[in-house]
Every structure is written in C-alpha cells, then in structure tokens.
Ligand binder design. Structure first.
Ligand SMILES: [Zn+2]
Length: 429
C-alpha cells in the first residue's frame, strides 16, 4: 500500500481561487493528493496513518517557473552560450536543485544550452538528481539575422531559414527529445541587428514551425515583445508567449479570443536587472535608455493591465539565470506582479501555481491541491498573502514536497557553479 500522511491544522491555499481554508487538512497518498479541504474529524480516519499537526502553517501548491533556463550560469548575459556541454550539464544539475529548493516543483523551459534540459528532465524523472518536473526545450530556434543569430551563443542557437528548413529543425529537436520548441519571433533592445520591434520570421515560417511541432505532440514557446509579434504568435498557434511587453488593443483582444489555449509570461526581471545593474555589464544608463528598456517596463505595466482586464492566463518566470537575475531568486517575480503590476498576492500565487501548472501539464495534474493531483506541496512559515516577499526567503520553507516526497537541504550554501569564464581564467577554487 502507498504511504499516507495527513497534514492537519493548515492554513490551506489550494490554488483554485484566492480563498484560504483556515482549518485545512491535506491528505497525501503515495505521490498524489487524496484530499485537500476543510478538516475531517481525525477520529474517523485509520489511526495507523501518519499525522502531522502543522500548527497553522501556510500550505500551498508547489510553484511553476515558466521561463526557465536551467543551463544558464548566472553569468553576464552576453556570454551565456560559451559553455561546453559538460560545463552546462554541471550547471544544470546545480540549478535544478536550487530551483526545487526555491519552491518551484515544476518548470517550463524557454531554451537550453546544448541538450542539457532534455538530459536533466530524464535524470530528474528517474530520481537521479533533485529538480522540478521539467518540460524541456532545446536550443533557441531562429532565422538568419534574428536575435538568435548573434554568433556569440554557440551552444544556444540553431539557425534555419524557410518553412522546410525550419520543419527539419523541429524534427531534429523532436529526435533529440524536446517537449518544447523555443523560437524568437521578434528581437531585443540590446540587439543592434534585430530590435524588440522587428519581426524575424515570415508568417509561413511560424506556421510551419507550429504545425510541425504540434504534429509531433510538441509545444511551441516564443520570445515576443512587440504587438505585431504577439499577433503573429497567436495567429499561428504558438502555445506560450513570453514578454508581450508592447500590446495594443488588437493584440490583447486576440489573446482574449485565444485565452483557453495560450499562456503569457510577462515577467520583467531582465529589464529591471539591466536598468539597475547595467554598469556591471559594461553598459551605461543612457545606452540602456536609448535601447528602449525603460519604455519597455512602462509598456509592460500597461500590457499586463490589459491582460488582467481580459483574464488572460499569466505565468511567472523570466530569464533567471543571468548575473543581473541569478538562479534562486525566481520568486522575485511574485513581488513584481504585486508591486508593479498591481495584482493581489493571491492572484500572483495563482499565476505561480494554478496557471503555471496548467501550462506545464495541459492534462491537469499540476498546480492545485485537489484529489488526484500530484502531491507537489509547499509548507510555508508565514503567510505570503500578507507579505508576498517571504516566498523569496528559502528558510521559510518548512517543507518542499514533490510527488509526495519531502526534499531537504537543497539550497543551503550549496554553490559549485562552474563558469566558463572562471575556467578560462583558471581561477576557480
Ligand atoms: Zn529567456
């Protein structure tokens, strides 16, 4: 028989809506939730089942990081691709552990150096290493002259042009074992040859990528900042849209029409990190402003409001794994969603749990605490509905449970990230 545990006296946030059950109970059997709701009279339950009195601690579903880059080293973002497969694999093992230790029990990859995410996903599923349930992506796929085609991201870029070459690239990624095909629909302010307002693909190229991916049961995730980019993504069936910074009414309405099949990740940690720490990357504030990043933050706040008005499903996550937004700080997104996007803490938690879970598993086994779902559970010391920032404090997690298993000691002083730059300089210790 599967092991069973009953957690009683919980302040229970099930992730169905923003409500909380004061005297909550959660009953775990094997890797699944057997019951989550109002307390049941314990006298009526088999006394041999283990019981844990939580004394009012906050219990919620494990979170989902929906723009994960597990193979990124926390390095200068302009040097990210410069890792050998071996270095990137070690990096990924470390980051998978840190991500789980940060309360994220599942993750949607938005691009991986080499084939690291695919390997990580298998090792995590086989319980060889700790980490989140992972929907794995391969290298970024883009056309010649796109942001992907920068020549400095050796391990991260795959270039193909035209519908048939792009179909071939999708087939190759399929062969390699990806779940997600990551594409760049438009560009980036730091990229001189393809800005945030410039489309990379022709319509028939995006259409071919999505068609080929969906034929093989893969999903497509895109980088898309401009309104035109979001429209192209929605029109041709892209599943996950990251950024969506510069929405116009038409783009927002198209997202509304597609709201049952599309997810948007509006995180802006990259912009905020770049603006605040540009000198550390050798850039000046003037240059960052000229390249449109302050404008991008302003536009994002308006765009998120348009999506909130239309009840578009939004996911947390956004390019953590770079020097200006390192691994382990993912829950900063929740603070941004509340303080800058004006969401209630409960709404921000729903983005991180219910909506992120549905994004990673469309079959509905993740993201909420209900009978039959995976027992991916956080037991938190403190109430994030009163102060969302506590989700950034790893010491607040009394327990991180994934599939009914409690994981411990995932993040304490554990740091052996090997950086390509350190190896080049032979100064790592
Ligand atoms: Zn990204």
């Amino acid at each position: 028989m599967n092991k069973q545990t009953i957690f009683s006296e919980a302040t229970l946030f099930r992730g169905l809506d923003e409500s909380v059950i004061k005297n909550g109970m959660i009953w775990v059997e094997g890797d699944r939730v057997k019951y989550a709701g109002e307390a049941i009279d314990l006298e009526t339950i088999d006394p041999s089942i283990e019981r844990v009195d939580l004394g009012g601690k906050f219990v919620m579903p494990g979170m989902t990081e929906c723009h994960a880059h597990l193979s990124f080293t926390d390095a200068n973002p302009f040097q990210l691709g410069a890792q050998t497969p071996e270095e990137a694999t070690l990096t990924g093992i470390r980051n998978a552990r840190v991500m789980l230790g940060s309360g994220f029990t599942s993750a949607l990859s938005f691009g991986s150096i080499h084939r690291v995410d695919i390997t990580l996903r298998s090792a995590i599923n086989d319980r060889k290493i700790p980490g989140p349930r992972l929907a794995a992506a391969g290298k970024d796929l883009g056309v010649s002259g796109s942001t992907v085609d920068s020549g400095v991201f050796d391990g991260l870029e795959q270039i193909a042009d035209g519908p048939w070459e792009l179909r071939k690239a999708v087939r190759q990624q399929r062969r390699d074992g990806v779940d997600i095909v990551k594409i760049f629909i438009d560009g980036e302010g730091v990229c001189e040859h393809c800005t945030q307002h410039e489309l990379s693909f022709h319509d028939d190229e995006v259409s071919a990528i999505v068609d080929e991916a969906h034929r093989h049961g893969l999903r497509v995730a895109c980088h898309s900042r401009s309104a035109a980019g979001v429209k192209q993504a929605v029109r041709y069936g892209v599943d996950y849209i990251a950024h969506a910074n510069f929405l116009d009414e038409e783009a927002a309405d198209m997202l509304y029409e597609a709201r049952d099949r599309v997810f948007v990740g509006p995180g802006i940690i990259w912009e905020l990190g770049l603006i605040e720490h540009c000198e550390s990357l050798g850039l000046t504030s003037e240059w960052v402003r000229e390249r449109g990043y302050e404008e991008e933050v302003e536009a994002s706040i308006k765009s998120v409001q348009m999506m909130l008005d239309r009840d578009i499903r939004m996911m947390v996550g956004g390019d953590y794994g770079i020097s200006v937004a390192p691994h382990g700080t993912y829950a900063k997104d929740l603070e941004i969603f509340v303080d800058m996007f004006g969401m209630s803490p409960g709404k921000a938690l729903l983005c991180a749990t219910r909506d992120g879970g549905a994004a990673v598993d469309p079959d509905g086994s993740l993201g909420t605490l209900e009978a039959g779902k995976y027992a991916d559970i956080l037991i938190v010391d403190g109430n994030p509905l009163d102060d969302i920032k506590i989700m950034q404090d790893h010491s607040r997690f009394s327990a991180i449970i994934k599939g009914g298993i409690i994981y411990r000691d995932l993040v304490d002083d554990f740091d052996f990230t090997i950086r390509a730059s350190d190896i080049a300089a032979k100064n790592f210790s």
